[in-house]
Design a protein around this ligand. Sequence first.
Ligand SMILES: Cc1cc2nc3c(=O)[nH]c(=O)nc-3n(C[C@H](O)[C@H](O)[C@H](O)COP(=O)(O)O)c2cc1C
Length: 141
Amino acid sequence: MKKIAVIYWSNMGNVEVLANHIAEGAKKAGAEVDLKLVGDVKPTEITNYDAVALGSPSMDNNRIEQEEMEPFIKEIRILAPNNMPVVLFGSYGWDNGKFMEDWITRMVDEKFDVKGSLAVKEAPTAEEITKAEELGKLLAL
Ligand SMILES: Cc1cc2nc3c(=O)[nH]c(=O)nc-3n(C[C@H](O)[C@H](O)[C@H](O)COP(=O)(O)O)c2cc1C
């Protein structure tokens, strides 16, 4: 059974909705899933998982959240094994997903295996919620 972490930061709940559905999708596909706020996870815990989904809003000038998610990413890039499967997800207000494009590029550069991504404008639509579940399933494969 695959062990998956869904780790996210959310202020108003939009990213949290995506996190919940990614976790649900992964569980339905038979994975053991831990769903956690990034502030509650030690970077070293990343090595306990086969795959990880990371979620953030676009914040502070079209970047991932800078107080908790940014330092977490900096730490796990050293700790995670090369080609660790990852899914990136998040929500933006006005950047049309630019923060996500930048995040994907960065994670690929850091030798993560980016299996998929989802960036939504504010609250996810029903169709985007279905996509979130599919991303969870993808990670569990
Ligand atoms: C303080 C703050 C800064 C934000 N900065 C950006 C930004 O730079 N670019 C952008 O596209 N959206 C920005 N947003 C919009 C959020 O990304 C958007 O509302 C998102 O859905 C929030 O996710 P959450 O509900 O999980 O907190 C900002 C929102 C807040 C509250």
